[in-house]
Structure formats: C-alpha cells, structure tokens
Design a protein around this ligand. Structure first.
Ligand SMILES: Cc1cc2nc3c(=O)[nH]c(=O)nc-3n(C[C@H](O)[C@H](O)[C@H](O)COP(=O)(O)OP(=O)(O)OC[C@H]3O[C@@H](n4cnc5c(N)ncnc54)[C@H](O)[C@@H]3O)c2cc1C
Length: 463
C-alpha cells in the first residue's frame, strides 16, 4: 500500500523499495540504523508534501536526508519509515546579488552555492569541512559550523527564511524580517524534528579585499591553546583559528603535502580577512602574541595556491586519518577557550588510559574540540575502548563547564547525554516546542530527546 501510493504520487523512478537500495540510506557518517520502509527522491515541494501525507496515512515516520555526512546518526532511520532524500532538489532557485541573498533547494551542496555566486564577488560563509558534499538542508538542520564560523557565525546567522513542510504535509514559510516569533532560528538546528526544509533564503557575503593565512608552530598543544586565548583576549577575532596536534599534522602532511610542519607539538592555522591596509598590523600583532606564548616558528602563506593547499589539508584532515588507522571515531565537544589546555590534557589522559591513539584537529578559536580516536573496528576490545573513552571525553567536557556537541548535533548518538547538560524542565520545554510543530512525533523520531527513565516525560510516545 505504502509503496504503491508513493509510486502513484511521485513516479516509479522517485521511489526506492528494494533492500539493496534501502541499505544505502540506512547509515550516515556515524552509524548504521534500520532499513527504511521506502526512500523517496522528490523533485518539488509538492512532492515532499505528498510523500509526507502518504507516510502519515500509512503510519510511517519520516526521516529527512541530505548527503548523509552527519556524525551523530541524525539521518539514520531508527524505526523504518520513509526517508526523504533531497538529492534531486539541488538547485539555486533565485539569486539577488544586489541584496546579497539566494533562494536554494535543500539538496544543494554547500560549496556549489559559493561557486554559483563567485562571479558576483560573493560567497556563502558557513563552511563545514564537509562542504564539498554536505547539503544546505543538512547544514540548516544541524546549524552547521566550520572553520570560518569563528568570525562569520554559524548557519543560523546566514539563514534569512525557510519554506517548510510540516508533519501533516502542509507548507509554511518563515522570514527573519517579519515581526513575531523568530521561527527561522527555532527551525535551524532542529535536526529534522520540527519540519522538513524544502527551500531556504540564505545571506551571502562579499569576498573580502584581502585574505592572509599564517602557520605558527608550538612545542605542545597547551602553549598553542594559550596563544588562542591570548589572541582573542587582545581583541583580535581572526576569520579562522584552527589547531592540529603532531599526530594530525603528520597524517595531513602525508596525505596532502600541504606544507604543514610535522616536527612540532601543535600547529595553529590562522586566517584573517578584510582590508589590505589592515593586514600588516594584524599580522604583527598575531605574530607577537604567538611568540610571547612560545611559538617556535611563524610563516605566512605567500600565494593563493599555498593558502588553498593549507586549507585543503585542514578540511581533508578526517580523510587523512586513513593514513594512520583503519577506523576513527570523531568526538565533538565544546569548552570555554580558557579551559582548552585542561580539556586537551583530559583527552590525552583518557586516550592513554585506554591505549588509544588520538589525533586532534579542531576549531580552537571556538573551543570546539574534535578528538579523533583511532581504532580497528575488527577488534572488539578496541571498539569497546573507543566507546568508553568517547564517553569519558564527553564527561570531561561537561565537568569543565562545556557541552556535549559543538556543531555536529545530537541526533541518535548523543540523545541520552542531553540529560547531563539540561534539566528535566529544560527538556520538557523543548519537548513542548516539538509537540507544537509535530504533535504526532512522526518527524525524525528517536532523535535529540533522551529515552528511558532518566526523562520519562519527554520519552517519545507514538499516538
Ligand atoms: C569529514 C567530515 C567533516 C565534517 N565537518 C563538519 C564541520 O566542520 N562542521 C559541522 O558543523 N559539521 C561537520 N560535519 C558533519 C556534517 O557534515 C554536518 O552535520 C552537515 O551539516 C550534514 O549535512 P548533510 O547534508 O550530510 O545532512 P545529513 O547527514 O543527511 O542530515 C543531517 C541532519 O539533518 C536532517 N536534514 C537533512 N536535510 C533536511 C531537510 N531538508 N529538512 C530537515 N532536516 C533535514 C537529517 O534528518 C539529519 O538530522 C562533518 C562531517 C564529515 C564526514
């Protein structure tokens, strides 16, 4: 019944039902879930509405899906259901260079948007390291960050309005310029639990007149962290302030030959953008602070090719881990910048205790750590060690006043950890918001909200 109705409404080529096709949609970059009952690839908002109505009539939950690069099981079906893939809704619908905004479909690849508007001297600022493959819809749903979000802000700061299909299949619009509640901000980061984004108006930024990229090396991650805090405390907010430890730099250099030093304890990749006239003074101030905090070298990337190579290395760091380990688990926690040295020390201690190699590549300016725990998934002992050390890193971040995700979201993976940072009353309030948008709890169930006795009043209850 479900399959026939979906095929009638969307056409046979837009509906996948064979187990081998469904299997492709059962996982994301974090984990594998259950097979969905069906996958649909709509071409329009009307087709999304139709698919939602049919799924609801047939009692199936709905799981929106972008590129599946999520790192917390957000796009993974947990109860079967209908996966809505936006692979065919990937166009720029409107581009207004004068007002610096574009209206895009959710399946548009992040980097393709910047490519589309580049000739007008504009770009889309949120730049997750997955930007070559992740979609605007997925970025909106996770409020994606990225290296340049330190000064430009995360996705929520760049979404001006949304077109959304609700859990009944009806379409509504939000607009940050209108009066009333800011529903755009409520929907950004809601991980597909409040509505399905079918179009977004996004803000574009002018390509800056000048961009400089510098590399500073340090004997250890503690001194590099001190430099990060000192730079921001001096009133300088660079466009990006990223850190790599020795293990990460070695893996990246082996993979990309980008020019990262491999014989130091930590590397800071610093970028600033703005007016050419300001750049020399900025560089002097940054270099002085770095030296005062123990930097052993300071280098300026002289050419665009050099800058591109350094960024390709940084953004490809996760892929480079294949050089040193068959598998890695990428943890995502956030702490105050001033506690970075303590947090990194805790990560190191935990990894030692469990005998795990850890590589750190992260958004240091935001205090957003990404320890990559290396392991071999064929070895059960290593798998267990990674699970336990990942949990201990979460607890260490919380103990330092930090939180359980910096940018990757909660999804399925971290929903139980929500009780560690939010009170029952906080979670119940969030659950009431969800119930306004999705009273039947049909949109992306088993995500964000904890299950079980720890928080009974927000336990998903199917009607
Ligand atoms: C190598 C690598 C590097 C990464 N670097 C970063 C980084 O720097 N910063 C960062 O923030 N993240 C990063 N990520 C994580 C991931 O890329 C982001 O979370 C990204 O926003 C997910 O986009 P996606 O299109 O793959 O979405 P998916 O993984 O398909 O989905 C993510 C979530 O969004 C929901 N969703 C998708 N489309 C819609 C829609 N149209 N309407 C409603 N809900 C929807 C899904 O249900 C799910 O909950 C990285 C991942 C990898 C693998």
């Amino acid at each position: 019944m479900l399959h026939e109705r979906l095929i009638d409404a969307l056409g046979a080529d837009a509906v996948k039902t064979a187990p081998e096709d469904l299997a492709v949609y059962a996982f994301d970059a974090y984990t594998t879930g259950r097979l969905p009952a069906a996958v649909v690839l709509p071409r329009s908002t009307q087709e999304v509405s139709a698919a939602v109505r049919i799924a609801r009539d047939c009692g199936e939950p709905i799981v929106p899906r972008g590129a599946g690069t999520g790192l917390c099981g957000g796009a993974v079906p947990t109860e079967g259901g209908v996966v809505i893939s936006f692979a065919r809704m990937n166009r720029v619908l409107a581009f207004d260079p004068a007002r610096r905004r574009a209206r895009v479909q959710p399946g548009l690849i992040n980097l393709d948007l910047s490519r589309h508007v580049a000739a007008s001297g504009l770009f889309y600022a949120p730049d997750p390291s997955s930007q070559k493959i992740s979609t605007i819809g997925g970025n909106v749903a996770t409020n994606a960050g990225g290296p340049h979000c330190l000064s430009y802000g995360t996705t929520v700061n760049h979404v001006l309005g949304l077109e959304v299909v609700d859990e009944r299949g009806d379409v509504f619009h939000t607009d940050v310029d209108e009066l009333g509640y800011d529903l755009t901000a409520a929907l950004v980061g809601s991980e597909g639990t409040l509505g399905i984004v079918t179009a977004a108006w996004v803000r574009l930024m002018r390509v800056p007149e000048a961009v400089r990229v510098w590399l500073a090396t340090f004997p250890d991650v503690e001194s590099a962290s001190d430099a990060v805090s000192a730079i921001v405390a001096a009133g300088i907010v660079p466009t990006a302030l990223e850190m790599m430890d020795r293990i990460a730099a070695q893996a990246v250099e082996a993979a990309f030959h980008a020019g990262y030093p491999t014989d130091c304890g930590a590397v800071l990749l610093i970028e600033n953008a703005g007016f050419e006239d300001d750049m020399n003074a900025c560089e002097s101030a940054l270099a002085r602070i770095a030296r005062e905090r123990g930097a052993t070298s300071w280098r300026t990337a002289r050419t665009q090719a050099e800058r591109d190579a350094l960024w390709a290395g940084r953004k490809g760091a996760a892929g480079a881990m294949g050089r040193i380990s068959p598998n890695y688990y990428l943890q995502d926690v956030c702490v105050r910048r001033s506690t970075l040295p303590k947090a990194l020390h805790a990560v190191d201690e935990i990894a030692r205790t469990y005998g795990i190699t850890v590589a750190n590549v992260f958004h240091a300016g935001d205090g957003n750590l990404h320890p990559m725990l290396c392991y071999d998934k064929r070895d059960r002992t290593q798998v267990q060690a990674v699970i336990e050390s990942g949990n201990e890193i979460l607890r260490a971040a919380i103990a330092l006043g930090g939180t359980v995700s910096g940018e990757h979201g909660i999804g399925f993976e971290k929903r139980e950890a929500m009780t560690e940072v939010y009170s029952t009353a906080d979670l119940a309030t969030m659950a009431r918001v969800r119930d306004v948008f999705d009273p039947a709890r049909a949109l992306n169930p088993e995500k964000i909200f904890p299950s079980g006795a720890a928080c009974p009043e927000v336990k998903p209850q199917r009607p």
